[in-house]
Structures are given as C-alpha cells and as structure tokens.
Design a protein. Sequence first.
Length: 337
Amino acid sequence: MIVVMRRKAKPENIEAVVGRVKELGFRAHLSAGEECTIIGIIGDERHLNESVFRTMDGVERVVRVLKPFKLASRDFHPHDTIVAINGLSIGAKRIIIMAGPCAVESREQIMETALAVKEAGAHILRGGAFKPRSSPYSFQGLGYKGLELLAEVREETGLAIVTEAMAPEQVATVGECADIIQIGARNMQNYNLLHAVGELGKPVLLKRGMMCTMEELLMSAEYILSHGNYRLVLCERGIRTFETYTRNTLDISAVPVLKQLTHLPVIVDPSHAAGDWQWVTPLSMGAVAAGADGLLIEVHPHPDKALSDGTQSLRPERFAQLVAKVRQVALAVGREV
Ligand code: PEP
Ligand code: MN
C-alpha cells in the first residue's frame, strides 16, 4: 500500500502517517518527489484497511499496489532513479559504458585494459576478482589479490570500478574497492547476499539470473531496497532459451518492460548473452535503441589468452568501434555517450 501525500502536506502530517504505519507494525519507506511525498507501507498488508490513512491530514490518496514488488515499482516512485557514482549519473541522459575483462588476471592485463577502455570512452572499469564459474576446474579469479589490483588501477586511472561479490562475507571488502558491487546472474536469488549489499548501502549492479523472470528480478531488487539501499541498477544479460547459436538469448524486451515497471536504471550486458564477440556491437546498438541506460561489455587486450570468456571479449580497437556506433544510436534516440 502507498500513501500519496498532498503537494502542500506539512512535515508533521508526513510524520504522523509514518508514526501510524509503525504503530500498526509496518515499516515506512519515504519517496520525496518534487511534487509530493509518497509513503510506502512495507509488511504483510493484506488485512490493513486503507481508511486508516485516508482521513489523516495531508493525505491525498491511498493506493493498494497489486504488484508483489513495491519499493521497486513505479507506483511508489514515479520518477526515474538516478544512481550517482564518482561524478557519473546512471539512469540520466548519458549512456554509461562499463567495460573491461571478465576477470582480473594480472597487474599488466588489468592496467592495459583499463587504459584502453578509458581511451575508447568507457566510464567505468569492470573486472571480476571473485568469479562464479560453472566448472570448479576453471579459473576462479584472483580473489582478494584481484581486488588490490583493481584498487591500484582505480587510483592510477581515476576510473570507477564494478566488481562482483559472491558471498556475504566478501561484501565489506569488495565494497572498499568497488564503486559498484556486482551481484552475478547465478547469485540473483542468494538472499543472504542481497541482504548484505542492502545493508552496506554501496551502489549495486544486480544481474538477472539466466532462468529468472523479470518479476523474480524485481523481487530480488526488492530485497536490496527493503534493506534501505536505493542505489541499485538492474542488468539484463541474456536468458536460457532453445537457441544454441548464442550462449544465451538477449531479452531485449526486458529493457522497455522493466523501464515501465520500475524506476530503477536498466543496463544491458550483451557479452554474456551473445557468448561471441561478433554479436556484441549490434546487440549493444539494439539495447541503446530500446532504452537501456548503460552497457556492460567484456574487453580483453588478448582474447585468445584470456583465462575466462575470451571468445566473447572484444579487442580494444573493436571496443572503440562499438563506442562510436553506440554513440550514433544514442544521438538518434535523444541520449548521449
Ligand atoms: C560476469 O559479469 O563476468 C558474469 C559472470 O556475468 P553473469 O553473472 O551475468 O554470468
Ligand atoms: Mn564473464
């Protein structure tokens, strides 16, 4: 349930509603917009009667949100959320490009890639220190050593960093070096992990599980939001279908559908969807045309030597061409890179 306050509601009217919500055993989340404040009532509200709030001073209307996700829904927060990171705004006019290797492999590799993607126009450096691999025999990432290398590169290049945390106990340390903590597709429904990043409050990039619906993605987002962290960006990275020419199928429809259902920024990772570098540029162009707020692209200076996801990684020159093409599409749809 949400309580929409009148434009001229006084602070004490808002406090009174919040107080009543708490008295009844619920939690109140405030969304203070330019026109009015909306109070989200969180808890099992099936037996809660709207009339409790309808007659209170300053209340314009009380609406039952029928969708199972509340804080993530546009009903609660009608305007786009903008996540500010290091002077960048994700969810605003500029398309934010995050690029870098699948995994941090060495100081030379991550530094070389960082300088190349920065030169080509990327805004944020990606690179996993903790890698969720399908096989226990595959390269698992450099772990904490990888985080140290990312911190060094951040210091030297000024690029913001997005990197993954796989377990709740890693969250605090990952959060010290990362500007955005990535929750990978395989961990989208790891609720303890969602709780941990919700509590930490650092920006989060939540990737859609390859076998999860948009509603499940939004319910996972709800876990993070309900722990008080609104600095959240969603990422479509391809889902499993019967098609085998691509690694996964990029669900381009997720972009406009999510943008309508939620106020949160939505970015697209065409690299993991395609599984092959050849499809990454056209899929990026499609994503931006469909309304994506950013891209997450795998780039490696020597894809043939990459320890993970080399086949889908772009060489830096090809990444620079991708940025140029995406820029044209962005301009055509009233955005910029
Ligand atoms: C990644 O970003 O390198 C990654 C492992 O992605 P996903 O979780 O989407 O598979
Ligand atoms: Mn990868």
